[in-house]
Write a protein that binds this ligand. Sequence first.
Ligand code: CMP
Length: 181
Amino acid sequence: MAVCIKDIFHPTFNRTPDAHLICHMSQKRFIIIKNSFVGLNMALERTLSILKPDATRRHLNGKINTVIENAGLHIIAQKRIHLTMEQAERFYFVHKERSFFKELCEYMISGPIVAQVLQGGNAIQKYRQIMGATNPENAAEGTIRKMFAESIEANSVHGSDSAENAAIEIAFFFSQIEIFV
Ligand code: CMP
């Protein structure tokens, strides 16, 4: 089966400097791209993950990242930072008209966060699945928010909701030279 490598790249996958990818076909079921297994009907994607202040405060980073890695998502960039109010407001700009915007930003600067880039097949949707619903009360058993979140605000993790936003959010925290496959 002929598979054109360019067809499996999602727009969020930055082609430089990772453009020189090692690709092998195996049993016509998947492709290995820089150690990531990608089903033939999947797109290799990147998404932004944030471990929020309630997670860093309770030292849950390792437990949450175990769930992420067990789901087959690779952490290809990571930094621990303490956002300023200006940065929090800029990151959550899309929510600025929401009633909870001020509280959300205050919460996001209440302690350090860990921003990270995840890569894998259908990474955006897969990460949203393992995060669970925004409100932990509605989250499915086994999801990160069900297991760890304290409230709808202190819900432990953030994940990009679309390819377009993933590209924007990754660029908010990381430059090209900070992302390693
Ligand atoms: P996140 O996935 O980071 O995207 C926006 C965040 O706003 C969301 O997670 C929640 O932490 C927060 N949020 C959403 N709805 C509410 C709400 N009704 N009250 C407080 N915070 C909320």
